[in-house]
Design a protein around this ligand. Sequence first.
Ligand SMILES: [Cu+2]
Length: 152
Amino acid sequence: MRRAAALAFLALAASLAGCNRGPEAGLAVEDAWVRLPAVAGRPGAGYFTLRGGPAADRMAAIDSPSAARAELHQGGKMDGMMTMRPINGVDLPSGGRVAFAPEGDHVMLFGIDPAIKPGGTMRLQFRFRSGETRQADARVVAAGDPAPSFAP
Ligand SMILES: [Cu+2]
């Protein structure tokens, strides 16, 4: 009886594992969104959550087919003012989560394609030091709009 239950569990685990491809399958980009600039031609900002795979990694760069250039920025506040500075990546612990969120880290998107509109999506491409890549279709909101809510 106990053995049968153990076998059933193994079968379930195997079928769940079958959904994944390769040992790095846990690495993911979730809940990506982009806030467009208030003034056309100014940079927009992108936010997302990185989910670490089985091995520690580092997210090293983002680019987009719909932006001329993208920079990773570390954001913060100093004396009540928003500050930002370029960073060359962010460490992603094994199985960990790293959030890029308003008033914190973000990807600055320069030269956004005018065809990108609120309510649409914008493709972001993530490159990791391990050589892994991921894509996300970020939800696009207008400058004054609140952050989109993502299903848990
Ligand atoms: Cu910035």
